[in-house]
Design a binder for this molecule. Structure first.
Ligand SMILES: [Zn+2]
Length: 177
């Protein structure tokens, strides 16, 4: 699905119902009847690289599409009104039950998230956080399994999204110094 095709799935203006709509850019639909300008800017999303005191890293095996069965750092879409930090704390709690302390911002990367026929464009914010004990983590919302591995044992090809692979590669580079 091309950038333009992904918003051509809307056949009518969502305000007036007119079919006289134009996909003007990859993120803008214009209605020529009521003059609506509807923007599809990237959605903000977050994820946390969680480390314990023994330099193990926690990932979740995704229970649902997209990327079902792949490993991911816990996270998800930021809700309306939330900061990225609030969003990642909430998502980590919802997916694993873990409460996390201080967050260190790592980087942001664009990503695509195909879901039920729409390819969402996201901007993913990655954080690093320490957790005292992974033993308290449980597979909750959208999680098939909690997976903990030594830092050197988590392979890029097992991670779900291009943004996530970039975050992990950067984390490893910085760690090596
Ligand atoms: Zn309209």
């Amino acid at each position: 699905m091309s950038d333009v095709d992904r918003i051509r799935i809307y056949h009518h203006c969502p305000r007036c119902g007119s079919t006289s709509t134009e996909v003007r850019t990859s993120q803008l639909v214009v209605c020529h009847t009521c003059d609506l300008r509807l923007y599809y800017n990237p959605c903000a999303a977050t994820a946390a690289i969680l480390l314990d005191a023994h330099d193990r890293v926690l990932t979740v095996r995704r229970a649902k599409e997209p990327a079902k069965g792949m490993l991911a750092f816990p996270g998800g879409f930021v809700d309306d009104g939330e900061s990225a930090e609030e969003g990642v704390r909430r998502e980590v709690s919802e997916e694993t039950g873990l409460k996390i302390g201080a967050l260190e911002f790592l980087l942001s990367r664009p990503n695509t998230y195909p879901y039920r026929g729409i390819v969402y464009r996201t901007l993913d914010f990655f954080f690093v956080a320490r957790v005292n004990d992974f033993g308290e983590a449980r597979p909750l919302d959208g999680v098939a399994e909690i997976v903990t591995t030594p830092i050197d044992g988590l392979r890029l090809e097992d991670l779900a999204f291009v943004s996530m692979k970039a975050a992990w590669a950067t984390f490893l580079e910085r760690r090596r110094g």
